[in-house]
Design a protein around this ligand. Structure first.
Ligand code: SF4
Length: 426
């Protein structure tokens, strides 16, 4: 029985209880959120997963995407990335390999983590079509659904599926044009397939069949944003909004059928359009959990796109996004390495926390840090830091003469002077 059906029957499952305990809310709050589609807990009948609640009233969650490319296939490195992402505090992983043996890589990554793992079945379907028939446009619809079911049986918890790209959406794209084309691999593959074959997207036309697969294997459906802008100047355009409207309609059908559902959002958008995008998505989808990809708020900072995305993600989260995808310093430049993954997760966690300070009024850790800084309690400061090991290593690498201060102001430590002369106990 799916979590939605149990929630509808008034049953509070172990996963709901665990999420409530982690989040500091009542189990009934989680049950009700799942029942009305505002919260999901991606589970799998095929393996144990650490329960992770995503949605309204809960902490913003961070996803780390890993996976091989056609140029670099190093399974050990991908497993290590999964471990680093989990150890650094990612809430979910997406395994997005596009090179090597898909089954083998995904199984090994899934076996190496207790986090919820997501996938994009479309990647495998299209790349196997290239390997078998020589072109993405020759992909067979049956293969796509078969691969989706196979990935589910490996223990995949959620899948990004490009349901909202239909012929009407593609028409909007063709009429309007784009400065930056399409940056979503799934979106680009599917659009090419539809235009070449003159056919409807099977994920849209056979949506009921897709839901049967999702339901049978209890996969959470994350409705992909294949029309998201890959350049700031294409943000919030007609094709993107059309896809959002279609996905929102389908998200109601999906929820009604008992499939937990997330809706994904853009992409590259400037700061002044983030609030509108979040409001629009939440309003159209009936407040389904919103998975914000980025957003990247400028296009001119390759090498620093983890910072660019963190600025966008913090605002998205503050306005109501529930789930953000990390961006690494390698974005737009190369396949991330281990250090890129670590930095990507830490930066996205900072963004999620900044959002939660506004959205959920979650400010206790900041209050504790303020006090620890005032009182020069270095061990406490490390304990409260988002990356304790890194914070300690920076101070240790430049040891101060005065152990109470740091080398920034040394003998003239403002906090020490204040501590000696005032009593600011609060
Ligand atoms: S030395 Fe300066 S920067 Fe360092 S703790 Fe004191 S006031 Fe803060």
């Amino acid at each position: 029985m799916s979590l939605i059906i149990e929630a509808r029957n008034g049953i509070i499952t172990d996963e709901m209880k665990k999420v409530a305990e982690i989040e500091g809310v009542e189990p009934e709050f989680v049950r009700r959120g799942i029942e009305n589609g505002r919260i999901v807990i991606p589970v799998s009948p095929y393996r144990y997963t650490k329960p992770c609640g995503i949605g309204k009233g809960l902490r913003t969650k961070v996803n780390a995407s890993i996976g091989t490319s056609s140029d670099i296939v190093d399974i050990d490195m991908e497993i290590e990335k999964a471990r680093i992402a989990e150890a650094t505090g990612a809430d979910t992983l997406m395994e997005l390999s596009t090179g090597g043996d898909f089954f083998d890589i995904r199984k090994k990554v899934i076996d190496s983590t207790t986090l919820s793992v997501g996938s994009v079945p479309l990647y495998q379907a299209f790349i196997e079509a290239i390997r078998k028939y020589g072109s993405v446009v020759d992909m067979k619809e049956d293969d796509l659904f078969k691969i989706t079911a196979e990935q589910a049986k490996l223990g995949t918890n959620f899948m990004a599926i490009h349901t909202g790209i239909n012929l009407f959406t593609v028409e909007r794209l063709k009429k309007q044009g784009r400065f930056g084309g399409l940056c979503s691999r799934g979106g680009a593959f599917m659009t090419a397939w539809m235009l070449h074959n003159g056919k409807e997207n099977p994920l849209y036309s056979e949506f009921d069949y897709l839901l049967e697969i999702m339901k049978e294997h209890e996969v959470t459906l994350s409705m992909g944003n294949g029309m998201r802008a890959g350049a700031i100047h294409d943000s919030t355009d007609r094709a993107q909004i059309q896809e959002l409207i279609i996905n929102s309609e389908l998200s109601d059908i999906s929820h009604e059928a008992g499939v937990q559902t997330i809706v994904e959002g853009p992409g590259h958008i400037p700061v002044d359009e983030i609030e509108a995008n979040v409001i629009l998505m939440k309003r159209l989808s009936g407040e389904k959990p919103f998975y914000m990809l980025g957003p990247l708020v400028t296009d001119i900072a390759p090498g620093f796109d983890h910072i660019v995305a963190a600025i966008g993600a913090s605002l998205s989260s503050a306005y109501g996004a529930d789930f953000i995808c990390y961006v690494t310093p390698a974005e737009h430049l190369a396949l991330p390495n281990l250090e890129d993954v670590r930095q990507g997760v830490v930066t996205a966690r900072i963004a999620a926390h900044i959002g939660d300070m506004v959205k959920n009024k979650d400010r206790q850790q900041d209050l504790d840090m303020g006090r620890a800084r005032r009182d020069l309690q270095w061990e406490k400061m490390y304990e409260l830091a988002i990356d304790p090991k890194y914070a300690r290593s920076v101070r240790d690498s430049r040891s101060p003469n005065d152990e109470e201060a740091c080398t920034m102001c040394g003998n003239y430590c403002a906090l020490k002077i204040v501590k000696q002369n005032f009593n600011f106990e609060r």
